[in-house]
Each structure stands twice: as structure tokens, then as C-alpha cells.
Design a binder for this molecule. Structure first.
Ligand code: PNS
Length: 162
């Protein structure tokens, strides 16, 4: 039986930290489904379709990785697509508390889906979509921290009106 892992998140936008985690998880599972949360309480900078496009461009090289979106409970989505694993990245100890809470709640909701925590390369341990947006909004350099297409789109979003 094949093992399907779901890698959920907001991905607003995808960073090289996310890509690093996808690259590390792709060889470990038969399929990795990157899933963008649709009905988040957060107001996103990029639409779900834009985020999906950027992710799809960034994971083209991985044959067993697909990108989709979901709404509702993550465990319901995971069960619907036959995933038995949820992948979450932990950058620093500060991520742990929230991730632990989420993993335990998800376990309570479904004991058929197991959360697996993974560590991104330390190069990206300080990278978050939130910080990337903040830096880009002030015209700061984000090269090397996000895929080139994301860098282009962020610059366009924050470009002063002509
Ligand atoms: O990238 P993020 O914003 O940290 O991802 C959070 C995400 C999408 C994984 C989380 O909010 C989620 O799973 N939401 C779906 C609703 C749900 O299942 N909630 C119960 C578990 S917290």
C-alpha cells in the first residue's frame, strides 16, 4: 500500500524553507500532496490560485509531489485523499508549542493520520512567509529566500503605482 503524506499550510507565499521541506519529504513517501488552506481566518496577500501557481512552478521537478487546496478540517481532507501522514516543519523551539497543540488535536480528531515533524535546513530557520512579506513591502532583499517567481510577484505586488 502506498503512503501518502499531506503537507498543509497557508503558503502565502511559498518560501525556500517550504521547498526545502518538500525536497526532504519527497523521497520518504510515495506521494506528497501540498495542500493550501482555503478558508483561513488570515487575510492573505496572494489568492489561493496565485499561491497554487507559485507552488506548482516551484515543485515541478518532483514527480511525486502535487499541489491542491482544501477547506474544512485537515484530518477530513487527509482521510478523503487517503493520506496517513501530515508533514509539518519546525524551525525553532518557538514553533513547537503551536505545532504540538495542532498535532494533538488532529490526533484526537483522527487516529488514522499521524503528524510527522521535519526540520528545514538551518539556512532557512529564520525564514517565514510573514517576514518575507514584511521585508518585500519595504523594498528589502529577499533573493535566495524564496523561489525567483515568488520574488518577482512580491516585487510587483509592492511596486509603487506608476
Ligand atoms: O501555514 P500555517 O498557516 O501555519 O498552516 C496552518 C494549517 C493550515 C495547517 C492549519 O490552520 C489547519 O490545518 N487548518 C485547517 C483546519 C483544521 O483542521 N483545524 C484543526 C487543527 S488546528
Amino acid at each position: 500500500m502506498e503512503t501518502i503524506a499531506v503537507y498543509p499550510g497557508s503558503f502565502d507565499p511559498v518560501t525556500n524553507g517550504h521547498i526545502d521541506l518538500i525536497q526532504r519529504s519527497a523521497p520518504l513517501f510515495d506521494k506528497v500532496v501540498v495542500a493550501i488552506l482555503r478558508n483561513s481566518g488570515k487575510t492573505p496577500l496572494f489568492s489561493v490560485d496565485e499561491r497554487k501557481e507559485m507552488l506548482e512552478l516551484s515543485v515541478r521537478e518532483f514527480d511525486n509531489v502535487t499541489v491542491t487546496d482544501f477547506s474544512g478540517l485537515l484530518v477530513d481532507f487527509a482521510e478523503r485523499i487517503g493520506a496517513s501522514v501530515i508533514i509539518r516543519g519546525i524551525r525553532a523551539i518557538s514553533d513547537y508549542e503551536y505545532e504540538l497543540q495542532m498535532a494533538l488535536i488532529n490526533r484526537r480528531l483522527s487516529n488514522r493520520v499521524e503528524t510527522v515533524f521535519m526540520l528545514p535546513a538551518e539556512t532557512y530557520s529564520f525564514v517565514s512567509s510573514k517576514l518575507i512579506k514584511e521585508i518585500a513591502s519595504h523594498g528589502g532583499a529577499i533573493n535566495g529566500l524564496v523561489p525567483e517567481e515568488v520574488e518577482r510577484r512580491l516585487q510587483k505586488k509592492f511596486a509603487p503605482e506608476a
